[in-house]
Design a protein around this ligand. Structure first.
Ligand code: IVH
Length: 716
């Protein structure tokens, strides 16, 4: 195979092929020659995409590639599944089949400081009886998890993590990633089948290039490399995946099956050493990283470090963190793995994560930039939010150019002025925040932020309720509010009208094709199909989606109305409390407060909404238009074994999606609540549970249970 042939020989063969490329007789090509050409192309792909050491220029590479394409066109029988040309995807993905992982894809426990790591090391030493442990420390790549299966050296399947047990088959899309070889040299190690885990990432430069391309096409920008990488995995058109120039690191072998000769076809666990044919033992994680690298895959072979003792681990983490910004890709921490595979086996795993590895999460990224201006935006409830416009700055995977600065008090508290240099930070997925202004860098030209007294959109006077920090426009006909309310009404968690995104709502409103919520159901499709970007088909699709939304259950409608303080959970509680939505007209504040999760503030807001005649008029119109106004009690009958019991989930669940878990509890008559209080019966704790868990521990009556215990509870 190509990796075993010397570079000099391959280079010589490359030159020979280039010389004869234009004159070669395509009718007289034999299988051996095609095999040689394929291997040459594979070699150059590996040099370029994995090692970043190209050995020929792009023009010559294209010449060899086109030649192979021509040969395969002439001799279709020589076109094999593992040919380099097979990355080219000609057809669209037609949905993604669900496939089982050979070994469940567990996640890692997290640590945030040296103490957490010392604690991890102490437990590992106690469990093993060892005085010092050897660790392999490597970057924690910030992308999307995948698993690959190679059989007889050929990539046969790639899948997303999914729920950890089964994921989506994304083989065609993964074949667009050039650093993932279609053929690798596992047979040299006596391996017949192997399952590998890794991370698909987008480098900083590919991210920038992709955003520039989007800008040229007039398309919206993507937020950060991680979301773009993970979003790319399930794209329908593999060509679009190829265009994004994704990369991948492979960092874990979860399963191997040795070839018959080596093992009499006996399946082995990764954690058992393999004697491969060139007599190298695979007894540690770092051996595996090396084996992956030698087989042609991009493992963190060059980035990892093997050290003895947790102090050395901490040292390497600090060293790596210091050069984080210079890396060509984003990492969000480091992963510390017990290196010896036997010891890994001995330490075992919990149901969520291995006890032999831990992720170390880096602290929030910070940057300084200039606050250039402040704009004021009006939301659907009339709240006027100041947004700081910043000199664009790259921070933790995103270019930040504006940040919400919440309200007048916040501005005072942070002492923000236009022209200030500000310190901003972003922790993980969290929205960037201004930490503070750097006042000693002021030069006297800075100006105070003037809060408007009039609505920036409809110019009516703004009001502030006592005890509130937010200024509001209370003109319910204010254009900004009307539009934002409609956007909320059609959104995913409300009426979920697909293909009716923000842009269409705004466009139809501007063109006076849409004026209010009931008007969504009386649109003029004859005009819509003539609009730019539409046509008969898309107008029909929109109409179908709008019609279908009439059948959405009552709780979605209640949520879609955008009543202040009424989130999805409260909307469900409300839907369960009445037979018909207009019954709320007659409910007193006290009656409303009897409901789960409804306090004084929420009750007041609900009553305020239902005592407004315009709102009642709108609901009557919606009923006439055919929307679901009655409580379909069947959906939420509180008749199961857990009738009336309240549930709250915190942290990341490993086996169920949050929405699935909530649905399971509800199917048994349970009620999902949004906060910890003495009214809470069960808190289900996933990974990385935070303040909710701490709060619940202080209330004796709350039963704190794991995801497994919850599953048992709803299955019983
Ligand atoms: S090891 C059983 N190594 O981080 C082994 N994971 O928070 C599990 N990740 O789900 C994974 N870089 O998606 C491992 N060098 C690395 C990693 C890594 C990124 C991701 C992976 C995992 C998540 C856990």
């Amino acid at each position: 195979m190509f990796l075993n042939t010397s570079k000099e020989t391959i280079q010589q063969l490359t030159q020979n092929w280039l010389k004869q490329a234009s004159t070669i007789d395509l009718n007289n090509i034999n299988e051996g020659q095609v095999q040689e050409l394929k291997n040459i192309i594979r070699f150059h792909e590996h040099q370029y995409y994995v090692l970043s050491e190209p050995k020929i220029n792009d023009f010559d590479f294209d010449c060899l590639f086109k030649l192979l394409e021509k040969i395969e066109l002439k001799h279709p029988n020589l076109k094999t599944k593992d040919s380099p040309t097979q990355r080219i995807a000609n057809s669209l993905n037609d949905g993604f089949a669900t496939v089982q992982h050979l070994v469940p894809m567990l996640s890692l426990a997290n640590s945030y400081n040296a103490e957490d790591l010392i604690d991890f090391d102490r437990k590992a030493k106690e469990a093993s009886g060892l005085t010092e442990i050897e660790y392999c420390v490597e970057p924690k790549f910030d992308g999307a998890s995948i698993s690959l299966i190679y059989e007889h050296d050929v990539l046969v399947r790639a899948a997303t993590r999914g729920d950890g047990v089964a994921g989506d088959d994304i083989t065609t899309n993964i074949k667009q990633i050039k650093s993932i070889p279609l053929v690798a040299n596992f047979s040299d190690y006596g391996i017949e089948q192997i399952e590998i885990r890794g991370e698909v990432i987008m480098t900083k430069s590919s991210f920038e290039a992709y955003n520039n391309w989007l800008a040229e096409q007039g398309l919206p920008q993507v937020a950060n490399p991680r979301n773009t990488a993970s979003g790319s995995l399930r794209i329908k058109d593999p060509k679009e995946v190829a265009q994004r120039n994704l990369d991948a690191f492979l960092y874990h072998v979860s399963y191997v099956q040795k070839s018959k000769v080596e093992s009499q076809n006996q399946k082995v666990n990764t954690n058992q050493p393999i004697n491969h044919s060139i007599n190298q033992q695979l007894i540690s994680h770092s051996d595996y990283l090396k084996m992956l690298w030698n087989s042609g895959l991009r493992s963190p072979e060059k980035e990892k470090k093997v050290v003895v003792g947790i102090e050395k681990v901490i040292e390497y983490i600090n060293e790596f963190e210091a050069k984080r910004d210079e890396l060509p890709y984003e990492i969000d921490g480091m992963v510390v793995k017990v290196n010896n595979l036997d010891l890994q086996d001995e330490l075992g795993m919990t149901s969520h994560h291995p006890r032999w590895a831990i992720a170390y999460k880096f602290k929030a990224r910070q940057a300084t930039t200039k606050l250039i201006a402040v704009e004021f935006q009006v939301g659907r409830t009339g709240a006027v939010t100041p947004v700081a416009k910043l000199q664009p700055v790259y921070l933790g995977g995103v270019t930040v150019s504006s940040i919400s600065i919440h309200n007048e008090e916040y501005i005072k508290e942070k002492d923000l002025k236009i022209g200030d240099t500000v310190l901003i930070e972003r922790a993980g997925d969290v929205i960037p925040q201004i930490v503070h202004s750097i006042t000693d860098q002021r030069n006297g030209t800075e100006t105070t932020i003037q809060f408007p007294t009039q609505c920036p959109v409809c110019k009516s006077e703004l009001f502030k309720e006592e005890g509130e920090a937010v200024w509001r426009c209370i003109n319910i006909e204010c254009e900004a509010q009307v539009v934002e309310k409609m956007i909320h009404f059609v959104s995913k968690d409300a009426l979920d009208i697909k293909s009716f995104g923000d842009a269409n709502v705004r466009k139809f409103y501007e063109l006076k094709l849409l004026k209010d919520i009931p008007n969504i159901y009386t649109l003029n499709y004859e005009v819509i199909e003539t609009l730019e970007g539409f046509g008969k088909k898309s107008a029909e699709k929109l109409q179908d989606a709008i019609e279908a939304s009439k059948q959405q259950p009552l709780h979605r409608l209640i949520y879609g109305l955008g009543i202040r303080f009424v989130g999805e959970t409260t909307a469900k509680t409300l839907a369960n409390a009445v037979d018909h939505i207009l019954d709320f007209k007659n409910k007193t504040e006290e009656e409303l407060q009897q409901l789960e999760d409804v306090g004084v503030k929420v009750a007041k807001s609900i009553q305020h909404f239902f005592s407004n005649t315009q709102n009642i008029e709108m609901l009557k119109q919606l009923e006439q238009l055919g929307l679901q106004m009655k409580n379909d009690k069947k959906q939420f009958v509180a008749s199961g074994d857990l009738a009336g019991q309240t549930f709250l989930f915190t942290g990341t669940l490993s086996q169920l999606k949050r929405s699935e878990a909530e649905a399971l509890a509800e199917a048994k008559g349970g009620i999902i609540v949004s906060g910890v209080s003495s009214k809470l019966n069960y808190l289900i704790v996933g990974e990385d549970a935070g303040s909710k868990l701490e709060k619940a521990k202080k209330i004796n009556s709350v039963k704190i249970i794991s995801e497994e215990e919850f599953i048992k509870l709803v299955q019983d």
